[in-house]
Design a protein around this ligand. Structure first.
Ligand SMILES: Cc1ncc(C[n+]2csc(CCOP(=O)(O)OP(=O)(O)O)c2C)c(N)n1
Length: 247
C-alpha cells in the first residue's frame, strides 16, 4: 500500500493529554514537523514550561528540560550559550510568559538571545482551572472574573507581540492563529521562519499563536475556533510585528 501521509518523527507515540478541542496539539504538531523538515530534530532542545503544556517533554521527540513557571527563557539562554550548536526553543502559555515570566522574556529578548519562542496565547490559565490571564479579553468571563474582565480595575490585556517588537534585541516577531486550515498553514510558515532564523544565527524570534481553551472558555470546540477568529484576532491583530531580515 502506498503511504501518502505519515506522522512526523518530531512527536513521540505518547497520546497527547490535552482536552479534546484544545489547539495545543496542533501547535505541537506544527513545531514537530518544522524540526523534522529543517533536519534539526537530533540537535533540538525543548525548554518546557508550566501550564497545560507542562508534559510537552513527553510529546516532542527531542531532548528537553522542564523549567520553573515563567523561567523558560532564562533556562534556554543558559542551554544555548553552553551548547550553541543546539536548536533551543521554549514553549510557553500566556500565564507562563506574560505573567510570572514577563521579566525573563523581556530580558532574553533584550539580550538578543539566539533562541526560538513559541508563545501559546489562549487568553486564560488553562491548567489551573480557567483563571484570568494577562491576555484575557475585556469582558471575558473567567473563574476569577465572573462578571467579565473589567479594564478599569484589571487593566487592558497585554499585547505581547507589539511589546516584544519594541525591544531592540528581537529579530522576528509574528502573531498567527490556529482557527482553520488556512491559518494553521500560515502558523507553520511563521514557526518555520522562527526556527530557520535560529539555524542562521539571526537571533531572538518569537511566534505568538492565538490558541483555544474550549473547556476554560465554556465553549464547544467549533465555537472556540470562532472565538479565536472573531474575538481574539480582532483584539490581537495577526501579522508580522518585526522582521529585521526585511529592514
Ligand atoms: C511559581 C508558580 N506559581 C504558580 C503556579 C501555578 N500554575 C501552574 S500552571 C499556571 C498557569 C498556566 O497558564 P498558561 O501559562 O496560560 O498555560 P495554559 O495552561 O493555559 O496552557 C499556574 C499559575 C506554579 N506552578 N508555579
Amino acid at each position: 500500500m502506498t503511504v501518502i501521509f505519515k506522522k512526523t518523527k518530531g512527536l513521540t507515540d505518547k497520546p497527547l493529554t490535552y482536552c479534546p478541542g484544545c489547539t495545543h496539539g496542533i501547535i505541537h504538531r506544527l513545531v514537530a514537523e518544522v524540526l523534522e523538515e529543517l533536519n534539526v530534530l537530533d540537535r533540538s532542545i525543548l525548554i518546557a514550561s508550566v501550564g497545560c503544556s507542562v508534559m510537552s517533554y513527553d510529546f516532542f521527540n527531542c531532548d528537553s528540560i522542564q523549567a520553573a513557571h515563567g523561567r523558560a527563557p532564562a533556562v534556554a539562554t543558559g542551554v544555548k550559550r553552553v551548547r550553541p550548536d543546539s536548536i533551543v526553543f521554549t514553549y510557553q502559555g500566556d500565564g507562563d510568559l506574560a505573567s510570572i515570566g514577563t521579566g525573563e522574556i523581556v530580558q532574553a529578548a533584550h539580550r538578543g538571545e539566539n533562541i526560538t519562542v513559541i508563545f501559546v496565547n489562549n487568553a486564560i490559565y488553562g491548567m489551573t482551572g480557567g483563571q484570568m490571564a494577562p491576555t484575557t479579553l475585556p469582558g471575558q468571563i473567567t473563574t476569577t472574573s465572573p462578571y467579565g474582565r473589567d479594564v478599569k480595575t484589571q487593566g487592558e490585556p497585554i499585547k505581547v507581540s507589539e511589546l516584544m517588537a519594541t525591544i531592540p534585541g528581537t529579530y522576528y516577531v509574528e502573531r498567527v492563529m490556529t482557527a482553520d486550515p488556512v491559518s494553521v498553514r500560515k502558523a507553520k510558515t511563521a514557526i518555520k521562519k522562527a526556527f530557520q532564523n535560529q539555524v542562521d544565527g539571526k537571533g531572538f524570534s518569537m511566534v505568538e499563536v492565538l490558541s483555544s481553551c474550549n473547556i476554560g472558555w465554556g465553549l464547544n470546540p467549533v465555537d472556540s475556533l470562532k472565538y479565536i477568529k472573531e474575538d481574539m484576532a480582532s483584539y490581537f491583530p495577526l501579522g508580522v510585528y518585526k522582521d529585521k531580515g526585511k529592514i
